[in-house]
Structure formats: C-alpha cells, structure tokens
Ligand binder design. Sequence first.
Ligand code: IMP
Length: 201
Amino acid sequence: MKTNILYVATNNTSKFREIRQIAEDYGIHAQMPAVPVDVQEGVVSYEENALLKASFVTAQFGVDALGEDSGIEVPALGGFPGVISARFVAGSDQDRNNALLERMKALGHGQRQAVFKAYIVITLADGGHLTGYGELRGSIAGVPAGGNGFGYDPIFIPDGYDRTLGLLSEEEKNRISHRRKAIESAFRQYRGHSGNTAGER
Ligand code: IMP
C-alpha cells in the first residue's frame, strides 16, 4: 500500500508542527529531513524562497518535498516587513514584534490592517513543482497578548475575532491560517501525483 510521506523542507519546528497537523487532515504524513535545510533565502519573493527550500530536499534525497515561505505585511507600511519578516531585526520573535509595534506608532487608528501570506511549493521527484497560496487578513494589536503559536501571533488579530492568534488554540489557528489555505491549494494539485491520495477525505 502507498504511504503518503512528504518531506517538509524547514528547520522551523513550530511551522513543521502546524504543517504536520494540517497535512494529517489530508492523509499525508509530514516528516522533517534528516539534515538541516541549508539554503540562503532571498529577498525577492516568498514563492522563490519556498521553491529554494523544497528543491534542496528533492535534490538531496530524490523525494517529493514541501517548501514553505511566509510573512506578514502591513499595507500602510508599504507591505513591510514582508519577505524579510523573519529577519528585519536581529534577535527573538519578541524583539521583532516590539520593533513592528514601534513602527505602527507612526500610523493612525485606521491603518492597523495586516495580512499574513504563505506560499507552499511541492517539488516533485520526477520533475516540476506545484505552488499553493494562502492569506489571512486581520490587524495589528496595540500590545502583545498570548503565548500560543510563534512569530507575530501575539500581535495579530484575525478579522472576525477579538483576540490575537497567540490566544487562539492550535486547532483554531490551523482552521483559518494562511498556511492551511496554501497547503489546501497545493494538495488539491498534488493529488494523483506519484500515486498519492492527498486530499481524498
Ligand atoms: P520564513 O518563512 O521562515 O522566512 O519566516 C516567516 C516569518 O513570518 C517569520 O518571522 C515568522 O515568524 C512569520 N510568520 C509566518 N507565518 C506566521 C504565523 O503563522 N504566525 C506568526 N508569524 C508567522
């Protein structure tokens, strides 16, 4: 019987955890590769970075692989921090949250909208790749709240909610997240490739 194992090209254990949980809903068993994903991320696009990560694993092991790249964008700051969300300030997630909150102070009340964007690229062992995209719209909170999730979760309030992602459970976040939507889109295309049954629910 075919087992639907898919290697996830990430060194970020929080992201891996989310991707693994979402993938399970599609009958896919996500695994982390045995070696670190050693790629130099660029500043051009999320999609390019996701492709770089997935291609690294496919080239190393000759298997299908899933790469992900994501970030948060504040339209009133011209889309900042975007593709450099993980590194526009050195230090911890908390340092970056504080740095973004600091920049938000220059903006008016009506300018706190933000969007998380995620790209998933699945590189295929027999050549080619598939791309999925997802976004989650919301706004930046005044102060951080909640210890769940990672990254900007404590300062992001999804539209339709009155709490930050940091205060939502893992299940709640995974139901609505940009990553969930991007994975769904990629798995719809992946279904049938190499005999896998992704997405047959
Ligand atoms: P990269 O994709 O590993 O380059 O980094 C993505 C950046 O966006 C990191 O700073 C993450 O913390 C942030 N990010 C992406 N998705 C999420 C999310 O679901 N919650 C909070 N932060 C996120």
